[in-house]
Design a protein around this ligand. Structure first.
Ligand SMILES: *Cc1c(COP(=O)(O)O)cnc(C)c1O
Length: 399
């Protein structure tokens, strides 16, 4: 049989993407000033960032980065186990553990790698299984492939579904993995129900709280703290540093023996350059502010309420989310793209999210709010959404 040519293959795939309106383009940001973003020569009000608390350009945070980079340089120079492990990493790990009331924390270069590391280090034996929410982040799903474990998915946010999947695979070590706050839906996982399922089925609950940290729970400690789960209920959780904390990187926080095992055996940890220490220093400062500045969360909550109330009054079709992630479902890809383009003409940046990032037929606008938005900007967005709304195809209501 003839070996397929990879150039031919990707050309065919590209043609398919063009035909399906699935071409991905990277917009170039030339300047950023809080929620205002300059792209292709025009300033837009962005409702598109995960910088929910507005910390990425906060003066003390950027100063911490600059000071530490001046002192220690840009790169860490090596992986943690060679010579890249810096006092700034140790300090941030300690601060994260203390904030989240957990015994230990381990920094990673980013959340994708951290998720790969957790499953690879824990689920490597014959018969091991990872049971996951259907809408989990891509890195959690890919992690099961890397680990070589069985992957079983349950319907979104369905603790009963999770228990059925765990019962189907009675042997082998089991992990029950879920996003804390779902990045494309904005809803919060039923963590108390899942913790109960995990306990009954002797599975380990792993919560990827990339979008919950800083935003949910007391002091912004996230959705695990909000659900009042201890380390025995949720032995490991993922903390993203690149979202509400405004920086870059991630940490896995939890049980000390598990964390030690990751640090000594997880390949994505061992064989990857350590996070730049200056970024760790910036995250330490961001963490202090996220923890202390209750006003950022209060303002954000107020803006979310305002958006939802006004959008509902304007007849816009909202999901159930109470978080800063507010998707507006469109269905067909073309409709989401058209709506996003119309908003851009009106001065707003709201990305259209299409399959395969979200399930087929559920393309959407993903509005994200930040503590830096003004009430007037939110009102302006709702007016623009209502004015530019692309009508849903009749087929949906007929069927
Ligand atoms: C963003 C995100 C990640 C990946 O984190 P990075 O630091 O951006 O690599 C993992 N899980 C979830 C749920 C995320 O939203």
């Amino acid at each position: 049989m003839a070996r397929p040519d990879l150039h031919d293959r990707i050309a065919a795939l590209r043609k398919l993407r063009v035909a399906q309106d699935r071409v991905r383009v990277r917009r170039i940001v030339s300047r950023r000033d809080g929620v205002r973003v300059e792209t292709e020569g025009r300033w837009l009000v962005a409702f598109s960032s995960n910088d929910y608390l507005g910390l990425s350009q906060q003066f003390q945070v950027t100063t911490a980065l600059q000071d530490a980079a001046g002192r220690d340089g840009v790169g860490s120079g090596a992986s943690h186990l060679v010579s890249g492990h810096h006092a700034a990493h140790v300090a941030l790990e300690r601060e994260l553990a203390e904030w989240l009331e957990r015994p230990a924390a381990l920094l990673f270069a980013n959340g994708f790698l951290a998720n790969l590391a957790v499953q690879q280090a824990l689920l490597g034996e014959e018969g091991d299984v990872c049971v996951q929410d259907r809408l989990n982040h891509a890195s959690l799903l890919d992690a099961s492939r890397l680990a070589g474990c069985r992957l079983r998915r349950y319907p979104h946010a369905d603790a009963e579904g999770a228990i059925r999947q765990l019962r189907n695979v009675p042997e082998g070590a089991a992990m029950l993995a879920t996003d804390g706050v779902f990045g494309m839906e904005g809803d919060v996982a039923p963590l108390r129900g899942l913790a109960l399922v995990a306990r009954v089925q002797k599975a380990m609950l792993y919560v990827d709280d990339a979008h919950g940290i800083g935003v949910r729970g007391p002091q912004g400690r996230g959705s695990v703290a909000e659900a009042r789960l201890g380390v025995e209920d949720a032995p490991l959780q993922l903390v993203a540093l690149g979202k509400a904390l405004g920086g870059y990187g991630a940490a896995v926080v939890g049980d000390a023996a598990l964390i030690q095992h990751l640090a000594e055996t997880a390949r994505p940890y061992l064989h990857s350059t350590a996070l730049p220490p200056a970024l760790a220093a910036a995250s330490s400062e961001a963490l202090r502010q996220a923890r202390r500045d209750e006003w950022r969360r209060e303002k954000l909550t107020g803006l979310v309420d305002r958006f939802r109330t006004r959008a509902a009054a304007a007849g816009l079709d909202l999901g159930l989310s109470e978080t800063p992630i507010q998707p507006l479902l469109c269905g067909p890809d073309a409709q989401a793209l058209a709506w996003s383009a119309a908003l851009e003409r009106a001065g707003y940046w709201v990305p259209a999210i299409r399959p395969p990032t979200v399930p087929e037929g559920t393309a959407r606008l993903r509005v994200t709010l930040s503590a830096l938005h003004t009430p007037e900007q939110v009102d302006g967005l709702v007016d623009a959404l209502a004015a530019t709304r692309v009508q849903a195809p009749q087929a949906e209501t007929v069927a």
